[in-house]
Design a protein around this ligand. Structure first.
Ligand SMILES: [Zn+2]
Ligand SMILES: [Zn+2]
Length: 341
């Protein structure tokens, strides 16, 4: 067996429940997110990349919340710093759109030329039809500003790492012990099976992947059928096994990949608390006067492309956002129920 450090990690994953590559994906993601929060918050290329991807995808953003919680105070500060940057970027796009929208619309040169040509008979109408459209999509620039220009960097990292795992997996399947360990694993989910087969080509490794997958799927199909069959009244006396009940959930895992397991109870509780708390906060601000669009970025010297946020002069929250400083409207029932003691 080779010396690649991925081999013992893969062997460990084969011994655990579920798709071993989904497990590896979760490990790669957790490592990436921990590094991001603890070492790369001030890294300029990382900040630029997160601005282009508009933060992380939903799966990795929520995983980040859990990782931040495990890092205590430093994790929450790092999350706030990273998302302040992205928030400012999106707010700039909205603000620019609203400022331009408030100004009188500039007369389109193309529209004027078209109008003139259309009154010049057939020849003019023919030329007018060849002019580019002067009707840009309303909010087209805004939409561009609100659309990620890069994939989630955590997804990109995980994909590269899993590709590395798959290369080692395919290469090492020639080893009898490694092959036996893979054969005893729970098998790959369909997305990872597809990814592995696309890298395997027409090799002996592809044959092994297909054999193990067929073996696992045959059993899953039998258990699903049994679950369905025993729901019939005429078979009510037959014992229903827990694995037959579990099969439908495992079918979901096979076709979609394993569900994220980053959500600890503490992370879920913090998420519910933050949602209810902010809901209460927003209700309190509902009647507050906000500054006209554009004034949020009116502070001199604020470079929107700057990766580091210069807080400038001390400022009050209400001056910066136009929000009511207290936010003391009556909380709703949900807020009250979610409020931590
Ligand atoms: Zn998988
Ligand atoms: Zn992602």
């Amino acid at each position: 067996m080779g010396m690649d450090k991925r081999i013992p990690e893969l062997l460990r994953a084969f011994g655990e429940s579920g798709c071993p590559l989904c497990r590896r994906s979760a490990q790669h993601a957790a490592r990436y997110l921990r590094n991001l929060l603890s070492e790369y918050v001030d890294d300029l290329p990382t900040r630029r990349s997160l601005r282009r991807s508009l933060g992380l995808c939903a799966e990795h953003a929520w995983a980040l919340q859990g990782v931040a919680l495990s890092l205590k105070g430093s994790g929450s500060l790092a999350t706030a710093v990273l998302y302040e940057d992205v928030t400012r970027h999106v707010l700039a796009a909205l603000s620019e759109y609203l400022t331009q929208g408030a100004a009188p619309p500039p007369r389109s040169g193309i529209r004027r030329v078209r109008h003139w040509l259309e009154r010049r008979g057939r020849w003019g109408r023919c030329l007018a039809a060849r002019l580019p459209s002067d009707e840009a999509t309303p909010g087209g620039d805004l939409l561009a500003g609100l659309t990620p220009r890069e994939p989630c960097p955590a997804c990109a990292h995980v994909e590269a790492q899993v590709s590395g795992d798959i290369s080692v997996l395919l290469r090492t399947l020639t080893d009898a012990d490694f092959r036996a360990a893979y054969g005893a694993s729970d098998g790959l989910c369909l997305p990872h099976l597809r990814q592995a087969l696309s890298l395997a080509g027409n090799t002996g490794a592809a044959q092994i992947l297909a054999e193990v997958a067929a073996d696992r799927l045959r059993l899953l199909h039998f258990d699903l059928e049994e679950h369905w069959r025993k729901s019939d009244w005429s078979y009510r006396e037959q014992a229903r096994h827990p694995w037959e009940q579990a099969a439908r959930v495992r079918a979901i895992a096979f076709f979609g990949g394993e569900a994220s397991e980053q959500d600890t109870e503490a992370a879920l509780a913090q998420r519910r608390w933050a949602r209810a708390e902010y809901h209460r906060h927003l209700r309190g601000q509902a009647g507050a006067t906000r500054p006209p669009a554009g004034e949020i970025f009116g502070r001199p010297g604020l470079d929107l492309e700057s990766p580091t946020f210069d807080p400038g002069e001390p400022r009050t929250r209400e001056a910066a956002t136009g929000l009511d400083p207290e936010g003391t409207a009556d909380p709703c029932d949900e807020c009250e129920a979610q409020r931590p003691d």
